[in-house]
Design a protein around this ligand. Structure first.
Ligand SMILES: [Ca+2]
Length: 194
């Protein structure tokens, strides 16, 4: 009964003006709350999107590094196989001189009698420069030549038969807009077999 009496007394207070103000105020507060909720939701959404994008950039950076690593391995493996084939002359009848025919620090030419027919065919001269593997993003391909005493030979090497091993260095650089490493270098010394 007390509640009913209070309600009646409020409604009668100054012709109900208080109630209207109260309703108006309630509506105003509700609107502010809605705006606050929308704003907070927006901020949370923006944070979630920002964190997500940052994670994607990290993943993209890791992918790019894996690609750099994979590409340097691919190139150094190819050069290694070719160097191990250098001088390949199974019949000993080659009318040319298989092996490294030009040895500079930034380029190398290798002649191989792949099919062992003693004839230098069109696809048996391999030329390596920094541009050879441009499609793999290779920035630099360098060579150092060592004699049997492991002493570096001056380049371009004049006395090609003195080359006992070749130190191959591959450098890959990549787009710098991503986090993580932007340069990867891999070296390997390959001993000639032939
Ligand atoms: Ca041949």
């Amino acid at each position: 009964m007390k509640i009913v009496n209070l309600k009646l007394s409020i409604e009668n207070y100054k012709g109900g003006g208080f109630i209207r103000r109260l309703i108006t105020n309630i509506r105003g507060v509700t609107l502010v709350e809605v705006l606050l909720a929308v704003t907070i939701s927006g901020i949370i959404g923006a944070v979630v999107v920002t964190v997500h994008l940052a994670q994607e950039r990290v993943y993209a950076g890791e992918d790019a590094f894996i690609n750099m690593y994979r590409n340097t391995r691919t190139v150094i493996d190819k050069v290694t196989i070719t160097l191990r084939m250098a001088g390949y002359d199974p019949t000993g009848s080659a009318s040319f001189d298989p092996g490294i025919s030009y040895a500079n620090s930034d380029s190398m030419v290798i002649v191989i009698d792949y099919d062992g027919d003693g004839v230098l065919d069109g696809d048996e001269t391999v030329v390596y420069t920094s541009h050879t593997f441009a499609s793999l993003g290779i920035d630099s391909l360098r060579f150092a030549y060592l004699d049997r005493n492991h002493v570096s030979l001056a380049t371009p090497v004049d006395t090609l038969p003195d080359i006992n091993s070749v130190a191959v260095t591959v450098v890959v650089r990549r787009y710098e807009g991503l986090p993580g490493r932007h340069r990867y270098e891999l070296s390997r010394e390959v001993k000639l077999r032939n």
